[in-house]
Ligand binder design. Structure first.
Ligand SMILES: [Fe+2]
Ligand SMILES: [Fe+2]
Length: 346
């Protein structure tokens, strides 16, 4: 039933909607003649590992269009308004990345080579609006890791600038999904919650399969795809506990919710709508750290290869790992990243 004059809540979703109006970059706002920052072979590898993120932009755009009527029927007026900005964001990301492929003269990995991408796309579209929002959060956590890496490692390159701009939007998207699910979860029964966890497991399994196919391309760019996936899984688990989908362990309850064992930007601070947009700790920020070429590694990424900006994060991670007894996220301790760092005496 249509409401001619619905109640419009003054909530976080309306705030996010207003903030989205201020960041509306399209492909016309980038200097495409600037340095690419990659040689021919690296550009080919980037085109390939960017593919799942690129498909994710399109999936998010289509998914938002399908979710919008559900929010309408649920009389979630501020959420509907927010989703109109989300749709526009994902449309802009899709357009910018399409232009990037065109300017680079490269092509994404074809679906017949990597049919797992179709599975991912279809899995995101199953279920109701809660499934979709959870899938979006999982998906945005992955794309944010990806963009952040390039925004910090190649800030002057065209793709680095694109990554910085998109990260600002993704920060808002994660804030939306986090707040929406945290509000909804107390009202969902056990079956529905189990369904969300099944979705998480399915998406992780699909991304792991995709990562295996892109492992060589990632390596060519100095990246360790498995470590990226491990980090992503840890981020998902952190959010699952923070929104109440999974029980918090004693350690997680006791700590500062903004504290992360990796020493990186805390997800809750990251979720604050203004945090990513102010750029104070966001993409492109130069940080101090070991000199390029010193052979240090952060979550498996060769810092020498990726550049100096990540090195400060490496030092913070090493510092945090020394206090592993106070770790707030149990799952992260199971990852290869932590095991490897401890074994190497970082
Ligand atoms: Fe996006
Ligand atoms: Fe997004």
């Amino acid at each position: 039933m249509i409401e001619l004059f619905p109640r419009l809540e003054e909530d976080v979703f309306l705030t996010l909607y207003h903030k989205a109006r201020k960041t509306q970059l399209t492909s016309l706002d980038f200097d495409w003649e600037g340095p690419s920052g990659f040689d021919r072979r690296e550009m080919q590898a980037l085109a390939r590992i960017l593919t799942p993120v690129y498909l994710g932009e399109q999936s998010a755009m289509l998914g938002a269009a399908a979710a919008l009527p559900q929010m309408f029927h649920a009389h979630e007026t501020s959420v509907q308004l927010y989703l109109t900005s989300f749709l526009s964001d994902e449309g802009r990301h899709f357009e910018i990345l399409t232009r990037f492929y065109q300017r680079a003269g490269e092509h994404p990995v074809r679906l017949r080579e990597m049919p797992e991408m179709l599975r991912y796309h279809h899995r995101l579209r199953q279920g109701d609006r809660f499934d979709w929002v959870w899938g979006i959060l999982i998906s945005d956590l992955y794309s944010s890791l990806f963009y952040k890496l390039f925004a910090e490692a190649r800030p002057e390159a065209v793709f680095g600038r694109i990554s910085s701009a998109v990260l600002v939007d993704e920060s808002r998207h994660k804030a939306f999904a986090h707040h929406y699910l945290k509000r909804a979860l107390p009202y969902l029964d056990e079956d529905r919650r189990r369904g969300l966890i099944r979705m998480e497991e399915d998406l992780i399994e699909i991304i792991q399969a995709i990562e295996r196919k892109l492992e060589e391309d990632a390596r060519l760019l100095g990246l360790d795809g498995r470590e990226i996936v491990d980090r992503w899984i840890a981020d998902i688990e952190y959010h699952a506990r923070q929104i109440g989908l999974k029980p918090r362990s004693d350690g997680a309850d006791g700590g500062d919710p903004g504290e992360r064992p990796d020493g990186g930007r805390a997800p809750l601070r990251e979720l604050a709508p203004a945090a990513g947009e102010e750029g104070s700790s966001g993409p492109g920020r130069a940080v101090d750290g070991p000199k390029e070429g010193e052979g240090r590694r952060l979550f498996g990424f060769s810092l020498g290869r990726l550049g100096r900006p990540l090195a400060g994060a490496g030092a913070r991670a090493a510092g945090a790992l020394r206090q592993c007894g106070a770790c707030a996220v149990a799952l992260l301790c199971k990852t290869r990243a932590v095991r490897g760092a401890l074994a190497s005496g970082s």
